[in-house]
Design a protein around this ligand. Structure first.
Ligand SMILES: CCCCCCCCCCCCCCCC(=O)SCCNC(=O)CCNC(=O)[C@H](O)C(C)(C)COP(=O)(O)OP(=O)(O)OC[C@H]1O[C@@H](n2cnc3c(N)ncnc32)[C@H](O)[C@@H]1OP(=O)(O)O
Length: 214
């Protein structure tokens, strides 16, 4: 049996106000005062891999057993490119990518941009528009760029295309990342994972660098 959603009259007192408030900018749109800073001296050279920030990250960790294992390449400016191959294990509808996983791929790519500023930052807000379905076996070609920085807030945007790097857009995303100090991880993360992470000499080097230059 198929059902349909019937419209009910709104309860008394819940009517829309006669005048709508003026359209507001999305919190992922940089304010006028935002700037585009230069790449950090430590930023990966254009054309080179940005590198995983944590071996067990679901998005980029090479040791994650079921993660997306994404690799991201630094662009010439405050931009990166990445590819995500949609496998059979990534399905939502039959033969189609799950939207949440596509969002994860966008989040991971957008998060990689912060390395170009040598900033440790976490996603505060992520908005996605799913423009067309993405079939299993497609490669999602993602291009992402920083659109502005204001204080601790890093604004960015990305598109994911299918059928080639210049193919039609399948997904768009805008994000607001917030710079955090090392304590964000050490205070909130599961202690055994924090200990393991701090024991990793490479990660520790990066984390220390953030601590002295947050
Ligand atoms: C030992 C191990 C070392 C590891 C070294 C590795 C380092 C590199 C790891 C990178 C990892 C990336 C991984 C992939 C990307 C994720 O998946 S990150 C995981 C998902 N995100 C999270 O878990 C974040 C959870 N949220 C939080 O912890 C806190 O809300 C935040 C985001 C840190 C902000 O809290 P806060 O520091 O107290 O700052 P707060 O004053 O609330 O906000 C600052 C500003 O941002 C604005 N803001 C904050 N949230 C929002 C929002 N949702 N919407 C709009 N505006 C907002 C505020 O309004 C405020 O604006 P102003 O007043 O300054 O104008």
């Amino acid at each position: 049996m198929t059902g349909s959603i019937t419209s009910q009259p709104a309860p008394k007192g819940s009517e829309q106000p006669a005048e709508r408030p003026a359209a507001q900018l999305s919190p992922t749109t940089p304010p006028q005062e935002a700037v585009l800073p230069p790449r950090a001296p430590e930023a990966p050279a254009p054309g080179t891999l940005v590198g995983s920030h944590y071996d067990h990250c679901f998005g980029c960790g090479p040791q994650h057993p079921a993660g997306l294992r994404m690799t991201v390449v630094a662009g010439e400016g405050l931009d990166v490119t990445a590819e995500f191959t949609v496998g059979a294990g990534h399905q939502g509808g039959p033969g189609l990518a799950h939207g949440g996983l596509l969002t994860t791929a966008m989040d991971e790519t957008l998060g990689s941009l912060n390395w170009l500023l040598h900033a440790a930052a976490v996603t505060g807000r992520l908005e996605t528009d799913f423009v067309r379905p993405v079939p299993v076996d497609s490669v999602l070609h993602i291009r992402a760029r920083i659109t502005g920085v204001h204080g601790r807030k890093i604004y960015s945007a990305a598109e994911g295309r299918i059928g080639g790097p210049d193919g039609p857009v399948a997904i768009r995303a805008q994000a607001l990342f917030i710079q955090v100090k090392l304590e964000h991880f050490t205070q909130h993360g599961r202690p055994e994972d924090i200990k393991k992470a701090l024991d990793d000499p490479d990660l520790f080097k990066r984390a220390r660098a953030f601590e002295v230059n947050p």
